[in-house]
Design a protein around this ligand. Structure first.
Ligand code: IMP
Length: 426
């Protein structure tokens, strides 16, 4: 079985939890995009594990692979691998020779670029993601394979510095000694992670040929996709299912199942249009503990948005849905779901690309009564779907009807065991 799991909103849908839950059925888990802008939390018997770079399937699968589509901060990776190895000594880790490297200079550039964007600032995670992808596409980027050669690193650091000298004015990187220190530090991190480097396109293909089950794990969410998200308030990589091929080298033609994860409401960090946003009421944010895993920033909160969800379901060609935080949403007395976007009284049949259109957007909602606190969680887990509160089932069935997809995984709490499954995952 070859599957891909993706977020269908603005990131933070709870993919980490669902990926961990299903990864027991997979031998390999492969990440193919993004870097430490992602924050995936996995909770096992009350113990929390936070991943930024390592795939969240690491706790249950045998092998994790960081694909060429990723941008990797080596310092962060070394720490994460050390932590992971404490709980899972025998995990096999492979990192693509072609993955790009994030340096401290890229993080500095991320902040400078945001300052210059001023009104149009994106609210990035400041992890150097954008500038590293810029260098990749400018063909000046540093790849993992380069870390074994100090001369190459030095040349590339100087080229990047010379290209971005204007932006780096006033920073410590104007000092050649600081750039030299960066080269040394990259070499030293390189020494620690080189043993994981591989031609991962071959590793994945060989595992596929020998009949292994492989799960591809997307980072961020569909609405942060550089091409199909709400540009420019997006991340710098493709976050939709198609990106697994370019980000890992594995053919999309061999993927059996696309799993889309969404939260029972919507959240967003960073700037930009948010059609179903709830303004001036932080109840849902507080109930859901909605603060960024990577940045600690309070997330913007809104109702579930079906036009947006249908769009990312279409763009990912989703087979099966997983919903998270339904337990949280139920605590609201009245729940709203966005059903339709209209502009000047006419329903629109595309997802807007012009920012001005979002100002004119009118959003229609339907309302559902809440289902209160779930006090019989263990009962539900043991008996399954039929034991869910009636109001919750009505809400779930409405989403299935509207999207035409089944919700096969329902998450009722952050712990791995607080999960019920339907149909194909039974
Ligand atoms: P960047 O990826 O750090 O450049 O940030 C670009 C936009 O994507 C900002 O709005 C970030 O808040 C958002 N973003 C990036 N990664 C994540 C994520 O994993 N979860 C939620 N938002 C994210």
């Amino acid at each position: 079985m070859i599957s891909v799991i993706l977020g269908l909103q603005f990131g933070d849908e709870g993919k980490g939890k669902i990926t961990d839950f299903i990864s027991k059925d997979y031998d390999d888990v492969v990440r193919f995009n993004g870097g430490s802008n992602a924050g995936h939390t996995v909770v096992i018997n009350g113990e929390k594990f936070k991943f930024h770079l390592v795939p969240s399937g690491a706790m249950q699968s045998n092998r994790v692979i960081l694909g060429n589509g990723m941008v990797i901060d080596p310092e962060e990776l070394v720490d994460e691998i050390d932590l992971l190895k404490k709980s899972k000594k025998n995990i096999d880790i492979k990192i693509s020779a072609g993955a790009h490297i994030v340096t401290k200079m890229h993080k500095c550039l991320d902040k400078k670029e945001e300052e210059i964007r001023s009104k149009l600032n994106i609210g990035t995670t400041s992890q150097g993601i954008g500038p590293t992808y810029e260098d990749k596409y400018a063909r000046t980027g540093i790849r993992l394979i380069d870390l074994s050669n100090p001369e190459i690193i030095r040349d590339k650091i100087e080229t990047i510095y010379n290209m971005k000298r204007q932006l780096l004015k006033g920073s410590i990187y104007e000092n050649p000694e600081e750039r030299g220190k960066m080269v040394e530090s990259l070499c030293s991190f390189g020494t620690s992670i080189m043993k994981y480097m591989d031609y991962t396109e071959n590793v994945i293909y060989n595992d596929y040929r020998s009949g292994k089950n492989i799960l591809f794990e997307g980072a961020q969410g569909g609405m942060l996709d550089i091409d199909f998200g709400i540009y420019p308030f997006v991340t710098s990589s493709n976050t939709l299912a198609g990106a697994l091929s370019t980000g890992s080298g594995f053919s999309f033609r061999k993927v059996d199942r696309v799993i889309g994860v969404f939260k029972a409401y919507t959240s967003k960090v960073g700037s930009g249009p948010f059609p179903s946003e709830i303004l001036n009421d932080s109840t849902l944010r507080d109930l859901g503990g909605e603060y960024g895993t990577t940045t600690g920033r309070p997330r913007r909160i809104g109702w579930l948005d079906l036009p947006l969800l249908k769009y990312t379901i279409m763009m990912n060609d989703v087979d099966s849905l997983a919903i998270t935080k339904v337990d949280i949403l139920g605590k609201m007395k009245t729940i709203k779901v966005a059903t339709k976007y209209t502009i000047d009284g006419r329903e629109i049949d595309y997802f807007p690309r012009r920012l001005e259109e979002f100002d004119k957007l009118h959003v229609d909602y339907v309302e559902f009564p809440g289902w209160g606190d779930i006090t019989n969680g263990d009962d539900i887990i043991s008996k399954g779907y039929q034991e869910l509160p009636e109001n919750m089932k009505k809400f779930l069935e409405f989403i299935e009807e509207e999207t035409g997809k089944t919700i096969d995984i329902i998450s009722l709490g952050e712990d791995r065991r607080m999960t019920i499954t339907k149909q194909i995952f039974n």
